[in-house]
Design a protein around this ligand. Structure first.
Ligand code: ADP
Length: 890
């Protein structure tokens, strides 16, 4: 019998001191502050005191009581061990950390040994949002990063790792770029030194990530200690072999490794050596822009309808995670992008090969996460099966890639092919070892196939033979007692027993015979045993125990084999993900008719026949979406006018999305595209109140605009949709006007600027790199028809009243509005604006004179101001004079 019967079933009496179990509980609880303690008792994890009070409502389970402590009832709740994952998931999502405290000795054995006191227990793991490894707690298609931020030598560094796959990266960061870096990484948990939390420049960023922060004592982020920790973790003399890292980056990485050791209680995770993401190798995209462009979720928070959902054709978890990672960080090196595009093109040109490859990929389980669970000692039989199945595909996949006579593979695919490795021996061993049906947990046993280990087969035969004997015994007892319904059953508490209905026992005069020993009386039934049955039962139990122990040893053997080849397996996982992603891009391109973009170091932005990937997908069909060109050359900035609903936003966003797709190495929704590398992408589109931060729509708009005007450089790409909208017309127009001048003269970036202030088009005459474009509309029988075509020129009218009519405003209102408009248009305004364009000293932005620094009175002035000559004695006057002289000398 393997299930442990131990339950603290005798609650302490009202006056009793804490039971030994409670004392043990308190000691462990004290050692893990800030965590809910899941305290293992038999088949349950139980929570007590405040833990129970906090967890019960979060888990929607009953809060009960158990015994008393210090004269009060002890609140308690519990969850069954076998469904713990589901409960953990809810608690982690609700922001809790959980310490898992297990029984680390077998209670039956402890009793047999005659051990006194409660079963030994210890925390085997602390579960936090950033350190999850179970499939049930993770999204298969997204990385779950644990990030750490540290400061050293006046610089900031950030490190992040995915414990479930072993991916580990670090990068320098700064006050200004931290928000964008976090938006790119999207960590599930962030370790921060307490000292940094007090830094005013970071208040806002940390405010945004409040739910994910884990503050730790600042000394944990010491860079020298971190260096030593990393060196010993990787068993190297110096970290230089991995790259050259800043002190702050090392401090952050060291804190992560430390935290992992703490939460995994000594489990040795597989972590790849840290790779440095140099700041200028990825496109900077701030959090607002990511949100606005709906890269991974729509503005309403769903994945459906986002860019990633539109392009994702990956078939494996690792492939999907690689896509998410690359989409978050478009590259800025034409060569690296070119290498990815070569791989996609190769796959795109070979539909048959791609189909064969994808057929194979479909059968590949997530070997990356299986490997990590095994290395943390948390793997199960199904993880072995995942490795068997995934690795067995590598050979087939290689033969698909290496069709004789085919042109050589492009670099990225050639590297993936090498990375697939050779796993024949391991696969065949796992194939022989594993049974057809696998339990979730190792301790359930039964996962080793018959025929793999002779000793195991014998033990199982022994057990099965005894079971057959029991079946025969049941028939014999039934005949002997004349009770046909007599049954021999089994449960985890009392083992094997004979069960007979009370009526039958009564009919036999209350006794079944001398051999039958009464054990339990149930409602309507009695339970017995016999000497013969107990002997058989203990034979079965001991055979089963020995079989299980042997299975566990065999499991460890297999896991050991896997650990020995861990680097090669990790490389195969990366290779499979690379192939999956390249094939996914090619598949998407083939389905939707996308083309390979040209990427170079210039500053071109020439999109011919560009389309919006998600709007087009939503319209379901290419015919209904109108493709548009966007050719920025001499004219770096396009001013796009047109009525509401004409397609301005769609046009702006589609160009930003095409740019992102191109720089992640995907084909793009355009007839042709040539793009000079963009290093930063900014957007200011749409607007919503940011009530959480106490900002109005207009304030949000201005904050985003400020970020752009302060930061955009000549390699940036900016899309600005309708700025100055949230305030009075002239106010808004003036801000839009000045912002446009600033973009043109100071930022000198490529930009698309959509506005409904068609007055702005007057600027085109003055700003040489500004060109006016408009969304074409047709008036037809008094209504407007949106053609969704972008053409050179300016909108002569805003057609707001037409749109209002379309929206169903009462006819009286729209007719009256038309009258008012006519009066206004005849008035002064139009003329005034035309003059403004002529009169205003343009390029004021360029000639900005720095504002006078605020003046503070000097100490000399302060002293003089406070002196009252009439009240001074001559001596004091002289002293004052000396003090003034002294101050002057300072
Ligand atoms: P605006 O920003 O000018 O108010 P939008 O870009 O929001 O307009 O577009 C309004 C709607 O018009 C979109 O939801 C889309 O359905 C449709 N639309 C926009 N551009 C196109 C296009 N190029 N082809 C087809 N339909 C389009």
């Amino acid at each position: 019998m393997t299930a442990e019967p131990f339950r603290d079933s005798d609650p302490p009496g009202p006056a009793a001191a804490a039971t030994p179990v409670m004392a043990q509980y308190h000691e462990i609880k004290r050692a893990h502050p800030g965590c809910l303690l899941f305290f293992r008792m038999g088949d349950f994890y139980e929570l007590f005191f405040e833990d129970a009070q906090e967890a019960a409502p979060a888990l929607d389970i009953a809060l009960t009581r158990r015994g008393r402590h210090d004269g009060a009832d002890i609140p308690m709740c519990g969850v069954p061990v076998h469904t713990v994952d589901a409960y953990l998931a809810r608690l982690i999502r609700a922001g809790f950390k959980v310490a898992i405290c297990d029984q680390i000795e077998d209670p039956a054995e402890a009793r047999r040994r005659g051990a006194k006191g409660p079963v030994k227990r210890a925390v085997v793991r602390v579960v936090t949002a950033g350190t999850l490894t179970e499939d049930g707690l993770l999204d298969a298609r997204r990385h779950n990063y644990l990030a750490g931020i540290a400061e050293a030598g006046g610089e900031l560094g950030i490190a992040w790792l995915d414990l479930s796959t072993g991916a580990f990266s670090l990068a320098p960061t700064a006050d200004l770029s931290l928000a964008a870096d976090l938006a790119r990484i999207m960590p599930g948990e962030i370790l921060v030194p307490e000292r940094l939390l007090a830094r005013p420049a970071l208040f806002e960023v940390f405010g945004d990530w409040k739910g994910a922060l884990t503050p730790l004592a600042s000394p944990r982020f010491d860079s020298e200690a971190a260096r030593r920790r990393l060196e010993s973790f990787y068993g190297v003399k110096a970290l230089d072999g991995f790259g050259s890292f800043g002190r702050a980056e090392i401090a952050a990485a060291g804190a992560l490794v430390d935290y992992v050791a703490l939460t995994q209680q000594g489990g040795a995770p597989h972590l790849a050596p840290p790779t440095r993401v140099a700041p200028d190798t990825v496109m900077q995209i701030d959090a607002a822009t990511r949100r606005n462009l709906e890269l991974v979720t729509t503005l309403s928070g769903e994945r459906r309808g986002s860019l990633i959902a539109t392009i994702d054709r990956t078939l494996t978890g690792p492939g999907a995670r690689l896509l998410a990672e690359q989409l978050a960080a478009p590259l800025t090196e034409p060569q690296a992008i070119g290498a990815r595009l070569d791989a996609v093109e190769f796959m795109s040109d070979r539909p048959d090969m791609r189909a064969a490859l994808r057929q194979r990929l479909r059968r590949c389980p997530d070997i990356e996460r299986a490997l990590t669970r095994l290395s943390l000692g948390r793997g199960g039989p199904r993880d072995l099966a995942a490795l068997r199945d995934g690795l067995s595909e590598t050979a087939q996949i290689r033969s698909i890639l290496l069709v004789p006579g085919l042109v050589p593979l492009p670099e990225l695919l050639a590297r993936a092919e090498r990375g697939l490795g050779e796993h024949g021996a391991l696969v065949s061993r796992l194939g022989r070892a594993l049974a057809a049906e696998l339990p979730l947990l190792t301790r359930d046993g039964g996962f080793i196939a018959p025929g793999y280990a002779a000793e195991l087969d014998e033990l199982r035969e022994l057990r099965d033979a005894s079971r057959r004997t029991i079946a025969a015994l049941q028939a014999r007892y039934a005949e002997a007692t004349g009770i046909a319904s007599l049954r021999i059953r089994h449960n985890n508490v009392i083992g094997y027993y004979i069960e007979v209905s009370a009526a039958n026992v009564e009919r036999r005069g209350g006794s079944l015979g001398a051999d039958f020993i009464h054990r339990q009386t149930m409602a309507g039934a009695l339970r017995y045993t016999t000497v013969e049955l107990s002997e058989l039962a203990s034979k079965i139990a001991s055979a089963a125990d020995r079989a299980l122990a042997l299975e566990l040893r065999l499991f460890d053997d297999l896991a050991g084999d896997i650990m020995a080849g861990r680097d090669a397996i990790a490389a195969a996982a990366v290779a499979l993900a690379t192939l999956d992603l390249a094939a996914s891009h090619a598949e998407c391109a083939a389905e939707t008719g996308w083309t390979r973009p040209e990427i170079d170091a210039g500053i071109a932005f020439e999109i011919s026949g560009g389309r919006h990937p998600t709007v087009e997908a939503a319209l379901a069909g290419r015919d209904s979406f109108i493709a548009n060109d966007c050719i920025l050359a001499e004219d770096r900035i396009w001013l796009v006018t047109g009525p509401n609903m004409a397609g301005k936003s769609t046009f702006l966003r589609q160009n930003a999305l095409i740019l992102i797709l191109a720089q992640i190495g995907s084909f793009v929704p355009a007839r042709a595209a040539r793009i000079g590398i963009v290093d930063r992408l900014f957007s200011r589109v749409g607007a919503a109140d940011d009530l959480a931060r106490g900002r109005s729509t207009f304030m949000v708009e201005m904050v985003e605009t400020a970020a752009i005007l302060n930061q955009a450089g000549p390699r940036s790409f900016v899309i600005l949709d309708e700025i100055g909208r949230g305030t009075a017309t002239y106010d808004g127009l003036s801000i839009a006007w000045a912002a446009l001048e600033h973009l043109h003269e100071v930022n000198r970036c490529r930009a698309l600027f959509a506005t409904h202030y068609h007055e702005l088009t007057a600027l085109a005459a003055k700003l040489p790199a500004l060109a006016c474009h408009t969304m074409r509309v047709k008036e037809w029988q008094g209504d407007v028809v949106f053609l969704h075509e972008v053409a050179p020129g300016t909108a002569d009218r805003s057609y707001g009243i037409h749109v209002a009519k379309l929206a169903g405003l009462p006819e009286g209102v729209t007719a009256r509005a038309a009258e008012v408009l006519e009066i206004l248009e005849k008035g002064e305004e139009a003329g005034a604006l035309a003059r403004l364009a002529d009169d205003l000293p343009l390029f004021r932005a360029a000639r900005r004179t720095p504002p006078e620094p605020a003046r503070h009175p000097s100490p000399l002035e302060d002293l003089l101001r406070e002196a009252h000559p009439d009240e001074l004695t001559p001596r004091e006057a002289l002293e004052l004079l000396y003090r003034l002289k002294a101050l002057l000398a300072e």
